[in-house]
Design a protein around this ligand. Structure first.
Ligand SMILES: Nc1ncnc2c1ncn2[C@@H]1O[C@H](COP(=O)(O)OP(=O)(O)OP(=O)(O)O)[C@@H](O)[C@H]1O
Length: 257
């Protein structure tokens, strides 16, 4: 059974289309979502998080529909989501913030202290547990956001540009955490940093022009590289080639989906 089954999603804002027929079938493991600014990555993640209902198309999570209020609520208990930006009351400490998220996710009260500690340890923020959120650096806020998304071992983890602001050491730690998460959950991660996905996402998708223009392994993406394509690594060059399809920069393609 696929954990996420999305079929023919059309989504937009005030009549302006953003996604034009996106279909995705995802099982356990890490799926990396790439695409240029405005491609619709966050829009897609919002639909998968059930924060926006599909305007056209169907979403099934854990083998079931998510249309009624009860179905959405049940699904959300099993979804961890790091949105691109999130707010938090200024007086909240890091621990308050993560505990509050645990409460919102309806994690049983008795489990919240333990789950909070585990989540903070996962992103190396235990020492900052009592620091007010407003005093954290941008990278630390991002790590607190990642921590709350992993609370309670969710079956689906949706991470919207999680590595923004992380320093190189934290980025490496994040990659190994991602591999660990992917062992037990369906993780969808959007990023602009192609190399973040090279060793941690066995499968990648590229959104462009409202559609999935590539769906395959990092190796398959790198195999599309050619010398003239912009990029410092074969993966980046393959990504450029896929994006160049529409502008005639390249004729090669491994795209499907
Ligand atoms: N709430 C909104 N109201 C109106 N338009 C929106 C809204 N959210 C996103 N958009 C528009 O939808 C398009 C897709 O945005 P989205 O944030 O999903 O793309 P993205 O791939 O995540 O971009 P980025 O990489 O820059 O974060 C953009 O043109 C954006 O301006």
């Amino acid at each position: 059974m696929n954990v996420i089954e999305l079929n023919g999603l059309h989504q937009g804002y005030r009549g302006k289309p953003v996604l034009r027929g996106v279909s995705l079938s995802l099982e356990k493991g890490v799926y990396g979502l790439l695409g240029p600014n405005g491609a619709g990555k966050s829009t897609l993640l919002r639909v998968l998080a059930t924060a926006a209902a599909p305007q056209e198309g169907t979403l099934r999570l854990f083998g079931g529909e998510v249309r009624t209020r009860g179905e959405v609520r049940a699904a959300r208990r099993r979804i961890g989501w790091l949105p691109q930006s999130f707010g938090c009351p200024p007086a909240f400490t890091v621990e308050d913030f993560v505990r509050h998220c645990a409460w919102l996710r309806e994690i049983p009260a008795g489990r919240i202290p333990e789950e909070t500690r585990t989540a903070l340890a996962r992103v190396d923020l235990l020492d900052q547990a009592r620091t007010p959120m407003r005093k954290l650096s941008g990278g630390m806020v991002r790590r607190a956001g990642i921590a709350q998304a992993t609370l309670g071992s969710p079956a689906v983890v949706l991470l919207d540009e999680p590595t923004t602001g992380l320093d190189p050491r934290q980025r490496m730690q994040f990659r190994s955490m991602l591999r660990e998460l992917g062992g037990s959950a369906c993780v969808v991660l959007s990023t602009h940093i192609v190399e973040d996905l090279a060793h941690s996402a066995p499968r990648l998708g590229v959104l462009h022009g409202g559609r999935v223009v590539f769906d395959g392994t990092p190796r398959e993406l790198a195999d599309l590289a050619h010398e003239q394509a912009p990029g410092d690594t074969p993966l980046e060059q393959g990504y450029s080639v896929v994006l160049g399809q529409d502008t005639g920069l390249s004729t090669s393609s491994g795209a499907h989906g």
